[in-house]
Design a binder for this molecule. Sequence first.
Ligand code: SF4
Ligand code: SF4
Length: 388
Amino acid sequence: MSGDGSCNRIVEVDLSELTGRTYRCIDGCALCCLCQPELLPREEEAFRKDPKLSAGVTQSHISPEVKGAAIDLKGSHGACHFLTDRRCSIYDARPHFCRSFPLNVFVGWRIQVNVNLSCKGVGLRGEDLEARGRRLVEEYGQERLSDEVRTSKAVFDEFMRNARDALVAQPFSSARQAAALLREELTDLVGLSRVMTYAEYGRTRQDSPPVDIVRRVRETEAEADVAERAMMDGIELFDLPELSLLPVHVGEELTWSIFRLVGSNIVGYHLAEDGGLSETSRTEPSSVDLLPVEPEGLSRFGEYLELVNRRDCFAGHAAYLCSIEGYEYNLAQVYLGAIANNMVDLWWRSSLLAGLKGSESIGSREAGEGIAFFDMDLLDLPTIGAFM
Ligand code: SF4
Ligand code: SF4
């Protein structure tokens, strides 16, 4: 393992997102116990043999595309079957998913370990996350890792071949460099509008150098209505049929909140362990303005943007979008459009939470709350490649 957090034995493993980060689980938080852990085949076998454990196993998962056994949720959208008063009642037997949290191992053209910033224990003094990530990866063994990478790399290679045939290919590295150079635009209303307009109407030649992409973005008229898009995406976000699929926010007092579109209002609820809901707020979507961002808030948004820009699962997400759009747009356009959309979503969510607290701007704290409310969903975006 080299000092910069990457190693190159059989498969490349990138732990750089964890470097310098520590973590301590917050007693009574239990956010991760709302995520319905999947069971590995060997875990399912062990759970099925034990009467207490088998009572919590289900085959129906909150995400229909996920197959296999998982742990049931109380009341279909509450906490894990085994959570009692915010404590795990099977702590020593808890599945791999729970033991790994807040780390995610992504398999793309290499292995990359990401940290879920929705976990508020990240950043607290405690365990060294890089060391934990290294142990987590080692547990899989080199053989399994290299098999998984070989399979996933073939998918990425096929994507790139298709993109090249359609004349829309772009190395991920140049899309990333362009996004890094556009950091200011990607955290600014006019800049975001420019990037979104470019993503939709720009014409980019295959394999354009990053400086050319940046120049084209900066020459683009800012025509996209960012505030309008933010509101429409916000409404869509909370307009889901299943309560279990709605994003959860953990407040400073460790309350769990979910928001749902009811009629024309976004209704906020406190979520109880058994799935019970009590209404706490009612907001007209059109009243949620993108709040002004203070320099400290801007710097947190910028740091988050840099982190997303290094995530392989996000590159895989752009590739996924490019393919479902029929390889119509240059990959750099799709990539920058996806980053811009997600930054707007983050800004909107931060504004919603800040507004409910009576804040009129987004400082460091409000930006941090927004990131915590957002990152779990970003890690859940459809992608080519997969989390182990
Ligand atoms: S989300 Fe993080 S802090 Fe909260 S219970 Fe899970 S691991 Fe602990
Ligand atoms: S098994 Fe335990 S740690 Fe895992 S989600 Fe359920 S209650 Fe939480």
